[in-house]
Design a binder for this molecule. Sequence first.
Ligand code: PMP
Length: 406
Amino acid sequence: MSAVDWSRVRADFPILSREVHGRPLVYLDSANTGQKPASVIEAVDDFYRRHNANVSRAVHTLGSEATEAYEGARRKLAAFLNVRPDELVLCSGTTFALNLVAYSWALPRLEAGDAIVLTRMEHHANIVPWQLVAERTGAVIKVAEVDGSGQLDLPALYALLTPEVKILAFTHVSNVLGTVNPAREICREARRRGIVTVVDGSQAAPHRALDIAGIGCDFYAITGHKMAGPTGTGALWGRRDLLQSMPPFLGGGEMIREVRFEGTVYNDVPHRFEAGTPNIAGFVGLGAAVEYLTSIGMAAIESREKELLAHATEALSAIDGLRIFGNAPEKAAVISFLVEGAHAHDLATLLDLEGVAVRSGHHCAHPLMHHLGVPATCRASFAFYNTHDEIDTFVAALLKVRRLLA
Ligand code: PMP
C-alpha cells in the first residue's frame, strides 16, 4: 500500500478549515454524519449547473445526461460494495432501506408465532420498523444480548435462532460501542437455519472495504451521508430472488411499466422500489464520494482510523474517572464515554465552546442505554480526515471542561 499524505487528504474537506467559537473546528462526530470533500460538493454543483433534468423520462439531452449520471452512480456504488447494480435499490438512507425490507419482505410473510431476532446494540432504525411489523402480524421480537466488552454473546445469539425465527436483523458496526460484529459468521449460522438476514451497514461502509457478496447476507443497508456523500442518499442491496418476490413499497411514477385503472404492471427490480423523482443530484454526489474513497483506498482508511482510535483510546483511558463504553477487540473509531460527575450534554456543550464537536445523548439506541444503565453518553467518532493533533486538542479541552464542571 502506498503511503497516503493525510494532510493533503484533509485539505480536500473545506469545512475542516473553519472556526467555531473562535477556535479551529475539531470535528469528532463523523458517526453522526461525515464531512464532504470538495469533489463531492463540486459534483452536486456541476449537476445543477449543467445537467439538471429528471431521470428516465425525457428523451432530450439533459434528460439522458441526468439518467446516465444517476445510473452511473448506481454502478459505482455497486462496484464499491461488490454487488450487482440491478440488485441495488437507491433510496434515502438506511432508515428507508430497513423499512422497505420490513414492509415489503416481512409484512406479507410473517404470521403470529413467528419471531424476529434483533440485537441489544441496534439503532432505532433497526428496531422500530420490526416492531411495527410485529404488531401487525403477531410476530414476536427476541433480543440477542451483549457482554461487558460490548460484543455480541454469539453462542446465546445462535441459541435464539430456533425454527420460528424468520428474520435476523443486526448491525455490522455499532454506532455507540464501535463493535464490529462478525457478519459473515453470523449470516452463515442464520443461513444454515433458513433464516433471512438483514444487515445494517451504516457504520461499516464508511470505514472498511465491504464485500457484501462475501458476507452472505440477504439484505444489506447503507447510508450515503456517513460515507462522504450527500444527505438523503443510501441503498438497499437485496438478493435478486428476494427483491423479485417483494411487492412494491411505495407506488407512483418510475416504479411502473404500465398503469390501467383495472390494474398496474410494475417495473423490474430495482426500479420497482424507486417510486417518484429520486435525489438525483445527491446520488451524483454519492458517486463522486465513492470515487473519492476508492482513490484513497478503504484499506488505508481503515488502518488510518485504527491508529486514531488507538491514540484516542490511550489518551482517554489515562483520564481519571473517565469510563469508556465498548472495548471490543474489533472496534471501529467510535468512543462513547462519560466522565464521573459530569452530564454528557454539559460536556458536549462546553467542548463545543472549545471548538470540539462531539455528540451527546442516547445515539438512537435506547435499549442499549438501558442495558448500560446510563441515560446518555458523549461520543467522539473519528474519520480518516482527523489528525493526531486534533485528538490532543480534544483531550486537553476535555480536561479543561472537567475542571470547570467539578
Ligand atoms: N443505523 C445505524 C447503526 C446508524 O448509525 C444510523 C445513523 N445514525 C442509522 C441506522 C440511520 O441511518 P440514516 O441516517 O440513513 O437514516
